[in-house]
Design a protein around this ligand. Sequence first.
Ligand code: TMP
Ligand code: ASP
Length: 239
Amino acid sequence: MPQKLYEGKAKILYTTDNPEVLLTHFKDDATAFNAQKKGQITRKGEINCAIASQLFKYLENQGISTHFIAQTAPDQMQVAAVKIIPLEVVVRNIAAGSFVKRTGIATGTTLKSAIVEFFYKNDDLGDPLFTEDHIQLLELATPDQVIELRQMALTINQHLQKFFSDRHLTLVDFKLEFGCDQSGNILLADEISPDTCRLWDDLTADPTQKILDKDRFRQDLGNVAAAYEEVLARVMSQN
Ligand code: TMP
Ligand code: ASP
């Protein structure tokens, strides 16, 4: 019988009969600002599960190792059991969000080249930005693992930028999480979805209408579910 292993803000992890396999259930619940803002987005669980499944399959085809095994229900995914590295690895192509607050660079500014940031996954501390020295001090990952995470994140960025631009979406920034399997291999884990990416619609110039991701929920822009449905339709299209 599956046992609940862990419940997060957007997903629940269950064990299976096979210790190397877990089940991820995607919830409709949405939170922002470290869960100070809470709500629900209609069909989000199914939408994010379908988008993440499609993106994991695409990335696997491009040679990226992920935890994805199969989508087993509209809101359920079978994944490899990994030990999550407690870092949120953020890749940015265009200035937005916390990067704008930290640097003063205007929202929408295209960065000369993609940058990678590491945040410590710790709700009590509010997921602070970490330098490599912080990572070493807290032994969150080895120096070699940090190099590998950075390289994997930048390679994934190249593949995702192409995938989304073929579907008239600009990948502004996104957050990845990685885990280690039994043999110590690093696998891309968690999810990739409008909860974890900023995606702007290339088909409109209107700065508010362009936003097709969780910023609509964070900023109370309305039409949140419709934006997620639009991303799903584009992700599933053969372009
Ligand atoms: P930020 O600009 O707020 O640092 O967010 C950068 C990217 O990371 C953005 O695409 C949203 C995503 N993100 C998450 O997936 N989870 C989080 O908890 C936060 C704060 C951001
Ligand atoms: N997922 C984060 C939270 O609730 C924040 C965010 O995505 O903005 O708390």
